[in-house]
Design a protein around this ligand. Structure first.
Ligand SMILES: *Cc1c(COP(=O)(O)O)cnc(C)c1O
Length: 235
């Protein structure tokens, strides 16, 4: 077993424990392996250990990695999620190569992704990134603007709106982390009460996964816990 395989096993065990402690089913939460800054070999190791869903932050790095990993043949069931901030001049390669985009926070980006999604591919799966803790320079739609954005994105033909994604500021303790995640959960529930049929609440990372699971996360995004420390951060 490789180090990445070992790490995946321990992160899965951690996730099961978090589900158990929250009184949730052991398979209630998916693990997204955030492979940003790690090369195709790291992804192949994770694939060999049964991991199929990968998250990337930087468009060019992600597109290159997708090409490298699929060069030796298509991998059935593999999923690539774009989780980084997206500029409108970078939407085309994302629409053409990724399966999910979790970082949509304005309509213009969603419209471009829908227009640019090739018709031979399945609709692009979308989460709206929501900013619940208010940093003005942070990505994410505000809670006040979320319902209108969600309704507009749900109507776009080549997208499938799946849910919400959030990256709250690190909190000092479990209870305050859970309280912030619970705000995201409340927004998610409110959209579903309006009939949007969302099934994905993407929240929780290496440092705060348990609090996110306690608040109802259905997908945690783990980078360092799976691949180890990142030695650089390309922009
Ligand atoms: C880098 C990143 C992660 C993973 O962070 P870790 O702390 O390494 O688990 C998750 N989500 C997003 C949006 C990220 O950019």
């Amino acid at each position: 077993m490789t180090t990445i395989g070992d790490n995946l096993q321990s992160q899965r065990a951690r996730l099961w424990r978090a589900c158990e402690q929250a009184g949730r089913a052991p398979d209630a939460v998916r693990l997204l392996a955030v492979s940003k800054t790690f090369g195709p070999d790291a992804v192949r190791e994770a694939l060999a250990a049964g991991q199929l869903a990968f998250g990337e932050n930087y468009v060019q790095e992600g597109v290159d990695k997708i090409a490298a990993v699929s060069a030796s043949g298509a991998v059935p069931g593999i999923e690539w999620h774009c989780i980084g901030p997206l500029q409108s001049n970078k939407t085309r390669p994302v629409a053409e190569h990724f399966d999910w985009v979790q970082s949509v926070d304005r309509l213009k980006i969603a419209q471009r992704l829908s227009e640019q999604r090739p018709s031979h591919l399945a609709p692009l799966q979308i989460c709206l990134q929501v900013n619940v803790d208010g940093g003005a320079n942070k990505s994410g739609v505000s809670p006040a603007e979320l319902p209108a954005l969600a309704a507009a994105v749900a109507a776009l033909p080549r997208l499938k709106l799946r849910g919400l994604m959030a990256i709250p500021e690190p909190a000092p303790d479990f209870d305050s982390a859970r309280a912030v995640f619970a705000q995201v959960r409340a927004l998610f529930d409110a959209l579903n009460a309006q009939g949007l049929g969302l099934d994905t609440l993407s929240m929780g990372m290496s440092d705060d996964l348990e609090a996110a699971v306690a608040a109802g996360s259905t997908m945690v995004r783990v980078g360092r816990g799976v691949f180890g420390a990142r030695s650089y951060a390309p922009t």
